[in-house]
Ligand binder design. Structure first.
Ligand SMILES: [Zn+2]
Length: 300
């Protein structure tokens, strides 16, 4: 049975139905949930400002995945880093400095295995500059800060999905095709009412790259357990039915809840850290209106 199931999954994957190999971490719903909880956990002035922008923030929570789906060529490797491609735990072979990593492994290998920590760090820098631009009275500072908050949150959340950290990212190496979406999307959707999250209050994080590296390293260590639970749940079944999902969920509920909660805490921490680095700009303050000259009638 398990064999037939695996073959079916392989056929579906070969047909391209599941093939968009690196589909959005946490699914769209997961990214919105993580960002929403992160906003809720921010200190009052920042939370109040983001409250007013909640709809905008949530609408853009998965934009980086859309960029990839839309075919922006450079986007695909920015959502993961297969840390086990560089050797076994504790995954110290890969330099965390991008230049040093490229020097050691070459740009092609580094790109192929994923760029997530550096992409997240880049977005953090952009967010700091947007906060600073707003503080300096620049016109698009505030709207950029809101947009980049959603974008940065996306990449940081991706780091907490364990299957964004390993070569066997979709179970394709162990005949468990589709595990990526079953874990990150199907479980949270089916069992939303039974999942509880307990994010810790955020601590302002003064950097993002190492936070992401550590999330990837710890995530890589979780995938064997999730894959084993998937095999046990699928054993003796012809398809991924309700019984499969009940069994799979029973086994991995704690890890799913913990990783989601950790993602919330980290997302809030990086946003808070960027805002503090920019000098805690007041996002609720209206920008001074530019002085307009009165033009003569008919002037355009
Ligand atoms: Zn993503």
């Amino acid at each position: 049975m398990i064999r037939r199931l695996a073959i079916m999954a392989a056929v579906v994957a070969a047909l391209g139905v599941l093939a968009p190999a690196r589909v959005g971490a946490w699914g769209g719903g997961g990214h919105r949930l993580i960002l929403e909880r992160a906003i809720d956990s921010l200190p009052a002035p920042l939370r109040a400002a983001f409250d007013l922008e909640r709809a905008t923030l949530l609408a853009h929570a998965s934009d980086p995945d859309l960029w990839r789906v839309a075919g922006f060529e450079d986007e695909a490797p920015r959502h993961f880093l297969d840390i086990d491609a560089y050797g076994p735990p504790p995954f110290s072979a890969l330099p965390r400095d991008l230049g040093a990593a490229i020097e050691k492994y070459g740009p092609e290998t580094v790109t192929k295995n994923g760029l997530l920590p550096w992409r997240a760090a880049e977005m953090r820098g952009r967010l700091v500059r947007a906060f600073e631009a707003h503080a300096a009275g620049q016109r698009y500072g505030r709207s950029n800060a809101v947009y980049l908050t959603a974008v940065l949150a996306h990449y940081v959340a991706d780091a907490y999905q364990p299957f964004h950290a390993v070569l066997n990212y979709d179970g394709q190496l162990t005949n468990q095709h589709g595990i990526h979406a079953r874990f990150e999307d199907e479980l949270p959707t089916r069992f939303a009412a039974r999942l509880t999250y307990a994010p810790k209050p955020p601590v302002a994080l003064s950097e993002t790259r190492d936070t992401v590296f550590e999330a990837l390293a710890s995530g890589a260590g979780l995938t064997d357990g999730v894959l084993a639970a998937d095999r046990r749940a699928a054993d003796g079944r012809a398809e991924y039915d309700d019984g499969y999902y009940e069994a799979f969920f029973a086994a991995v509920q704690p890890v799913l809840e913990r990783r989601t909660s950790e993602a919330v805490t980290a997302v809030a921490g990086v946003i808070l850290g960027a805002w503090e680095q920019a000098g805690r700009p007041d996002l609720s303050a209206p920008l001074p209106r530019p002085v307009q000259k009165i033009r003569g009638r008919g002037a355009r």
